[in-house]
Design a protein around this ligand. Structure first.
Ligand SMILES: Cc1cc2nc3c(=O)[nH]c(=O)nc-3n(C[C@H](O)[C@H](O)[C@H](O)COP(=O)(O)OP(=O)(O)OC[C@H]3O[C@@H](n4cnc5c(N)ncnc54)[C@H](O)[C@@H]3O)c2cc1C
Length: 555
């Protein structure tokens, strides 16, 4: 009578004990049932029970690794999306990140993520569809895109925006970015005052918070190794089973799992000895970059050495508008002048005071217009452009309000990229051009804005407001900068890395900017964050599936 509850209680603690140490929950439940079976009750002493427990642990120890483990390399949006997907589906993640913290270029993203057919668009009366996003993406990419991947990208875009909203990112404002038929780039509504909330930073913060919460619940589910660089991929008997890493102290070791997902980003800052920019885009080397120094294409190089096929490597996106810092006009790394600025009505003129293109054209179009029609700006005007071809970005109070004061104040007051002029006569003086020229430019645009005449550059959407020559005007110098690498590892619809023989490399997956094919010759704004979420999750599920199969076969 007395022994039964004791055994039951001990059995219960035993169940918690073995699950805590990571045994397969299914097996632990079997064990729990055994603890409750009449056979067990024949044990007469606590010592007998403990012997039985120790025996069970010894027998089950080899099953400790039964939970599938995926090694994810790179803590940007693709890596964190994959990680969250894996853990939510019951797997474990070891996340390798070379920097001090997760974030990558994803944390710098400023214009937002595309979604085609979301409820937010519907509420704002925007008619969109995955088919239209496919059309715009293929048109921007000159049809060089991998059509299978583009279809997945567009069809899962609503789900992707929701995935981020589920972790608490408020994506209820929408931007019109260059090359899009309709506004569909979802971002965070700007607060009226206070600190700006940049979309990428907030997305990365929320995802990390969610992963940390999951880790608190189950410490084994998520292990983050920062300041740890992947330097090689381990393949055994044809299957990828882990990576070789280098710690900040220079110690080399191996991290193994059941599959590996590469999410190491692009190579827009790769000026190393074996530079991919030198190899595939020599013509871009003279441009500054908007990327963090870690964007060196490690994942591309390491997988390439293993036989992975590369696609679209020559397709390197030069973003038309990166701010020139008046304190350091020649700096090689530049702050991006978010596309959302033009999406909310900012205009571009050249040093002669004239518009020279459609501000909302494709990125490559606008870049080429600057290179062809906007000369370098001399030091006398806001410090100049350090001999780079440059445009002047103009905004008024209405367009600033639409973009968001806090974010604009960061550019204007903290970074001092923008300078305020009381009216365009003052601007003309500073620029050393006739006032009549700038006045004509602004008056002309007003007529186009009001639909009184066609834009000579084919601009079809006219956000927010025109700028009056008599109102205060804000000006910043912007130059083209290397921003994004469309090329990378070839993947299939399951995010499997494809080799030179067009076969998947067993156990190796990739997502995000490390891959190529989705964007073709030229990426649309907002499609990269989308790609990271969509294919990060696909890679997560595929990597987990293969890991689960591997764990089962170990059993
Ligand atoms: C300024 C800026 C603004 C942008 N704005 C937008 C936007 O608004 N919308 C949009 O869609 N796209 C935008 N983009 C593009 C987009 O942010 C990136 O392309 C995308 O976030 C890439 O995500 P990722 O996860 O593939 O790589 P990343 O976010 O770059 O993450 C890669 C991670 O891998 C790590 N890593 C690299 N090599 C190794 C290694 N050997 N070992 C371990 N770790 C390694 C890096 O440290 C990094 O943390 C912007 C880009 C920039 C630079």
């Amino acid at each position: 009578m007395f022994e039964l509850p004791v055994y039951k209680i001990m059995g219960f603690f035993f169940l918690i004990f073995i699950q805590f140490f990571g045994f397969n929950p299914f097996l632990s439940n079997i064990c729990f049932s055994l603890c409750n079976c009449p056979l067990i009750f024949t044990f007469r002493t606590v010592q007998n029970l403990m012997n039985w427990v120790l025996f069970s642990v010894a027998v089950m120890a080899p099953l400790m690794a039964a939970e599938p483990t995926v090694v994810v390399v790179g803590g940007g949006l693709a890596g964190l999306s994959a990680s969250l997907e894996i853990i939510t589906e019951g797997g474990r993640v070891i996340l390798i990140e070379g920097e001090n913290n997760t974030g990558g270029n994803s944390a710098k993203a400023s214009s937002g993520i595309n979604g085609a057919g979301t409820d937010t668009q519907e509420k704002l009366g925007i008619h969109d569809s995955p088919e239209l996003l496919v059309k715009d993406t293929l048109s921007a990419g000159d049809d060089e895109n991998d059509k299978v991947l583009v279809k997945i990208l567009a069809e899962k875009s609503v789900e992707a925006v929701q995935f981020l909203r589920n972790v608490g990112v408020d994506l209820t404002d929408i931007n019109l970015c260059g090359g899009h038929s309709v506004p569909r780039t979802h971002w965070i509504p700007s607060p009226k005052e206070g600190r700006p909330i940049p979309a990428g930073f907030e997305i990365m913060k929320r995802l990390r918070t969610r992963l940390n919460e999951l880790q608190e619940k189950n410490p084994e589910s998520f292990r983050l190794m920062t300041q740890t660089k992947m330097v090689g991929i381990i393949r055994e008997e044809g299957k990828v089973v882990g990576v070789e890493v280098l710690s900040a102290k220079g110690e080399q070791s191996k991290v193994t799992g059941d599959s590996v997902i590469l999410a190491t980003g692009g190579f827009s800052a790769d000026r190393s000895n074996d530079s991919l920019l030198s190899e595939f885009g020599k013509q871009t080397l003279g441009f500054p970059s908007t990327n963090g120094a870690f964007a060196k294409g490690d994942g591309v190089k390491i997988a390439r050495a293993l036989g992975a096929k590369l696609v679209g490597m020559e397709r390197i996106q030069i973003h038309p508008t990166a701010f020139v810092d008046p304190k350091e006009p020649a700096a090689g790394t530049k702050f991006l002048a978010a596309e959302a600025l033009r999406g909310k009505g900012a205009l571009l003129i050249n040093s002669e005071g004239k518009r020279f293109g459609n501000e909302l054209g494709r990125r490559d179009y606008t870049t080429n217009r600057i290179l062809e029609h906007a000369k370098p700006i001399g030091e006398d005007f806001q410090g100049g452009s350090a001999e780079r071809n440059a445009a002047i970005m103009l905004m008024n109070e209405a367009t600033i309000d639409a973009f968001g004061r806090p974010a604009f104040n960061f550019y204007a007051i903290v970074k001092k990229f923008f300078k305020k002029y009381e009216n365009s006569e003052e601007l003309a003086k500073a620029l050393n051009v006739e006032y009549s020229v700038i006045k004509a430019t602004l008056d002309d645009y007003k007529e186009i804005f009001e639909g009184k005449k066609e834009d000579p550059f084919g601009k079809k959407a006219f956000p927010v407001s025109a700028i009056s020559p008599h109102e205060p005007i804000y000006a910043a110098i912007v130059v083209p900068a290397i921003h994004y690498t469309m090329g990378g590892l070839k993947i299939d619809e399951h995010a499997r890395v494809i080799d030179e023989q067009e076969k998947p490399i067993d156990g190796l997956y990739a997502a995000g900017e490390v891959t190529g094919g989705v964007h073709g010759s030229n990426r649309l704004g907002g499609n990269s964050l989308l790609e990271c979420v969509v294919f990060g999750r696909v890679a997560g599920r595929s990597g987990l599936q293969v890991a689960t199969d591997a764990s089962r076969s170990e059993l």
